[in-house]
Ligand binder design. Structure first.
Ligand SMILES: [Zn+2]
Length: 675
């Protein structure tokens, strides 16, 4: 197997994985070899006859696992972006093995003894700030992983971790299958009355791809409220579509979620925390369950009041159509109508001004040039993992090469829903690597020869994900454990949310929002009305989000040994009611059956992080607009003090270094209409 491309470093520029050579059968042997190699490296560190030093222990650990790092990055990228049944099977098989491998490293008593001894003397070792932090973070990671437990405790911990890894992979697979199975087919285009033409064409294309020619298929996006609900005039079809969305995965993932929540609670208790949420937030910027609870609790009342005000308006509009009771499947449809009447904005009419290529180059890249001086060159000769994934080389203001950015913008059946950033190569001065980052979106593929025209929300998503990409690209750290987005979970959304501000900055908007045929700029009045209309919808958006965050919170504040949750649906209804966030016509953004964030993607007890990060985001956007510095200077400061630091410095210290003071919640309350 010496021809396995993962066994040696890539020889391509930036160590871009050699995708042209990678075949599915390479993954398993590379995982096996990668784990075996790292275990041998760890054993050698642990058995070193020399007394422990920072170099022979902490740095040696940091260097270990090169093959595993390479194969994991490529594999999990493919699993999310271009999966196959074989990849999914391997994911299900390999996830428990990886969890066991993680335990084998972190529960090695000889290794921990060396780390513990170093940690005790950490202030006498003459370490620089980043190295000291690495020692502290590694030590904390080992303790949190159970290094101090007795043998029985460690045995049970290993069992739980293996089971949870298997369950998480199963959850992911169930969601994917349930989403495909939940797609809604209709027999005539007439049934899709109200949908924009491009969406109708897309539904016909979906049907063809599924071998259901002659039908139209509405495939399910990963969140509750499907975008078609805003346009379909057929109320019964709207109900069918939303019901399919809300009920997917309940039968398979409902019981699985209950079991996972119980196992997580048991693990937390083993590690000395009252609940899984307490265990998670102890290592986040939030710190305590009380801090998160207080923050979410403070927002619920005003958000629900806003949503109810919106509901009354919508109900009045619906009554004109003879709808006596506004249902969840009516909300988006009448919101669209009220928005059009009150603010004179037709969201479908905006699309011709948001052509993907233009938004990307003249918007997203242009903003990165304004703020940071970056320049981008497409490198078509570099092969990514799918023909739709395009590779760009990124250059710094002084002309030096910074890294690679891969943009994979279109939806396909083999891709997970949603949008995200992946890192294929982390930046590290220790390893001599520069960053290679990927952005994934799910924009509907345009028909052949047609331009891809984006919705307002898709434009925002493009800017958002690019904010994560910048966090990876600007990383300037020594240790790979601190690269780019290796920051607390309740902090990682902050830089990406900040990057959204460029979407509507007048100088950026004027540069990219032009009609794709006529080149005519988007009327700034339309943008102002659109922003006003967005403010109007804040009640719905905030409640939908809070309901999902509180649902995650409820699952993960169950104490160990509590009566297991029998019925996920009943549990949801009860906890949302108790939290005061049960608004009948506003379902949570995710329900348990398809809440991948918290049951398979590492956001358990962490969905609160989006609004937690938004506090810092709202502050920083304010700061960018009001600090009196030129944009470029603000950008450089933000980059130097925050984006480039990754996890190498305390997150809130980075924020204080930018703002020059403590952040406050006020700008968020204003933005969300919650004062
Ligand atoms: Zn994000």
């Amino acid at each position: 197997m010496s021809d396995n491309p993962f066994f040696s470093p890539s020889t391509l520029v930036y160590e871009l994985p050699p995708f042209a050579e990678i075949r599915e059968e390479h993954y398993r042997p590379a995982f096996e070899q990668g784990m075996a190699e790292q275990l041998a490296e760890v054993a050698a560190i642990a058995a070193d006859p020399e007394p422990p030093t920072f170099d022979n222990t902490v740095v040696a650990l940091e260097r270990s696992g090169a093959v595993l790092r390479r194969v994991s990055a490529a594999f999990f990228n493919q699993d999310s972006s271009d999966t196959t049944p074989g990849i999914q099977r391997l994911d299900a098989e390999i996830s428990p093995l990886l969890a066991a491998h993680h335990d084998a490293v972190h529960l090695d008593p000889a290794l921990f003894a060396r780390l513990d001894a170093l940690h005790a003397r950490r202030h006498e070792l003459g370490l620089d700030a980043e190295s000291l932090r690495l020692l502290e973070r590694r030590h904390t990671a080992f303790v949190r992983a159970g290094a101090r437990l007795d043998a029985d405790g460690q045995r049970r911990l290993r069992e739980i971790n293996t089971q949870l890894a298997a369950d998480g992979a199963a959850f992911r697979k169930n969601t994917h299958e349930a989403s495909l199975a939940g797609a809604v087919a209709v027999d005539s285009a007439a049934a899709l009355d109200g949908l924009p033409a491009a969406a109708v064409a897309n539904a016909a294309e979906n049907a063809r791809a599924l071998g259901q020619g002659g039908q139209w298929v509405l495939s399910l996006k990963n969140f509750s409220n499907q975008s078609e609900l805003a346009h379909l005039t057929d109320r019964a079809l709207r109900e069918r579509l939303l019901t399919a969305s809300l009920r997917r995965g309940l039968d398979t993932n409902g019981p699985l979620a209950a079991r996972m929540a119980a196992l997580r609670a048991e693990r937390a208790a083993l590690l000395g925390h009252p609940t899984h949420a307490a265990y998670v937030v102890a290592d986040e910027t939030a710190g305590t369950v009380e801090a998160v609870g207080a923050m979410l609790g403070r927002l619920v009342g005003p958000a629900v009041a806003n949503a109810q005000r919106e509901a009354a308006d919508l109900a009045a509009a619906a009554a004109a159509d003879g709808v006596t009771e506004l249902a969840a499947h009516d909300w988006a449809f009448y919101a669209e109508k009220v928005r059009a009447e009150r603010y004179d904005v037709d969201t479908a009419a905006l699309r011709p001004y948001f052509e993907l290529e233009r938004v990307l180059r003249d918007g997203v890249f242009y903003a990165a040039n304004l703020a940071y001086g970056l320049r981008f060159e497409e490198r078509p000769e570099l092969t990514a993992y799918h023909p739709d994934a395009r590779v760009f080389e990124v250059f710094d203001a002084d002309g030096s090469a910074l890294g690679l950015f891969i943009g994979d913008f279109f939806a396909r059946e083999s891709k997970c829903g949603g949008a995200w950033m992946n890192e294929l190569v982390p930046q590290s001065r220790l390893l001599g690597t520069r960053p290679v980052v990927v952005n994934n979106l799910n924009i509907a593929h345009p028909a052949a020869g047609e331009p891809a025209l984006l919705s307002w929300d898709e434009v925002r998503t493009l800017f958002h994900e690019f904010g994560h990409a910048l966090h990876g690209l600007f990383s300037d750290v020594r240790y790979p454990s601190f690269a780019g987005t290796e920051v607390p979970r309740d902090f990682v959304e902050f830089p990406s949310q900040v990057n959204e501000m460029w979407m509507v900055r007048p100088e950026v908007l004027a540069h990219y929002a032009r009609h794709h045929v006529t080149g005519e700029p988007l009327d700034t009045g339309v943008v102002e009305r659109m922003l006003a209309a967005e403010n109007y919808g804040q009640g719905f958006r905030t409640v939908e989000y809070l309901a999902a965050a509180l649902l995650d919170w409820a699952w993960h504040t169950l104490p160990a040994g509590a009566e297991p949750v029998g019925d996920a649906e009943e549990f949801e209804a009860r906890v949302l009611a108790e939290a005061g966030v049960a608004v009948a016509a506003v379902p949570p953004r995710y329900r348990t059956g398809y809440f991948n964030h918290v049951f398979s993607n590492g956001y358990s007890a962490g969905y609160y992080a989006y609004i937690w990060s938004e506090v810092l985001d709202a502050e920083t956007v304010e700061w960018f607009g009001s600090n009196g510095r030129p944009v470029r200077e603000s950008g450089e400061l933000f980059r130097a003090e925050l984006l480039s630091r990754g996890g190498s410095r305390d997150a809130l210290e980075c924020v204080r270094a930018v703002l020059g003071r403590e952040p406050s919640i006020e700008p968020l309350l204003v933005r969300r209409g919650l004062e």
